[in-house]
Design a protein around this ligand. Sequence first.
Ligand code: ZN
Length: 527
Amino acid sequence: MHLSDHSLSQLDEAYVQSLDEGSLRGLLLRALEDLKEARERLGQNPTNSSRPPSSQAPWDRPSAGQDEPSDDDADEASPPDQDADQPDEANTPPEDASTRSEQTTKPEQPKRQPGKQPGAPGFGRTQVFAAHETLIHRPEMCAGCGKALPADAPSVAYAGFQAIDLVWGEADHPGLHLHITDHRLHDSLCACGHHTRARPGEGLVEDARLGSVVLSEWRLVGPGLATLIVALHRRFRMSHRRIRAFLHDWLGLSLSTGTIQGTLREAAAASAPLEAELIEAVVASDLLHADETSWPQGGELLWLWVFTSATVTLFAVAKRGREILDRILPGFTGWLMSDGWQAYRHLPHRLRCWAHLTRKAQGLIDSDDREAQAFGHQVQDTFDTLIGAIHAARDGPTRDLTTIHAALLAELRAACVRRLGHRHAKTKALAVELWNDWEAIFRVLENPQWPITNNDAERALRHWVIARRIMMGTRTEAGSRTFTLLASVIETCRQRGHVPWPYLASVIAERRAGRAAAPLPAPMPGL
Ligand SMILES: [Zn+2]
């Protein structure tokens, strides 16, 4: 959007008549682009226009008396140490800004919603800090005539906000400190008579599950501090309430749980476009481990899936069926290590986890049924012999273990066939499973360098399974999405030998500025 409401309110016939032809063409082109964009939005969502006036950002609000700055404006331009009494609009709390997107997508709202009302004071407003620096943002170009605005163009602050960020120390000066910045947004007057307002950067992420999320530089919580909140929540498994207490006790910050929640959601939205990159890396893997574990979401029992290879880990919460595999794995031609769940059965190039099978054999050995015990021992002994052969082959010259152990395999296969209709249910189940999935199970004998367990996937899930117990799963689809996106980015960075937090901070900063984020860091050499 080139022309803010503030700019539009100044455009009239007299102004247009005053412009030269070049400026007029520029203005027409900008107005045309805005018109097309507005039409498109109108088509997509006719409720856009029902945005309550209180949600309008200060840079959009037309102000009366353009030529004479109001008293408020005069205050804004005063030195930072006298700025404690900023007008309310100058320090709109971050909660307001982060809920703007929801207000634009919801249909007509009833008169009064429960909870905090739009424009009502939030926690962020109660604390005002002495700033380390003041940044003045002036518009670079006149929105009216399109000419560059000179640095000495008359300008006055029309709004401002404070941002708190966390700065990492250097290797020889380790530590963390908070950096407070007072941002001053200026309204500059062009020679043509048009007033243009500087606006903070803004980025929009449209995600099927998160909805439309507006990322903005107009936030109390800077990208580095946002990343600390993600780390406390995801890596150190702290609840919103505990994060609030931690920030209060250790950093002297009073953030509302709403701000913390909004920050997590914004961090996830900033990471959402990275999912395509993660899926691409998963699909390109030579050897992929997949696993799934139950995951409650609201009242529904879903599954937390993980796909992990040497240099990428992708999490997703979904139903326990083929849909998720059909969404992520098309184009995958590598080897897939998994358990025996039937959703995987249609995939070619499968490897099976032996740990699952030997656990089942052990179950038969521990049963009270003699025939079951005998079969359990036979399966267990066969696997023990083959595992020994695989370990020996990994260190020595390549040999075809299928041929060497052909007799042993034939005996086990015959034993399975004899038990396909066995009266003991678990004996029958293991015989059927081995017989059905024979090729995938014993394929590892062709290449002993392949893994024989799915430990990598189970390890990737472990941290988050503990988180599940603490968090009791997630409440909504958006919550699951926030969780899996951030977990995927964090795990992938760590696997590639990078500390995830500075990267995540850069992703948030870039998206808030409306720019594309840097790709995920490449694996460190030697990994
Ligand atoms: Zn101008």
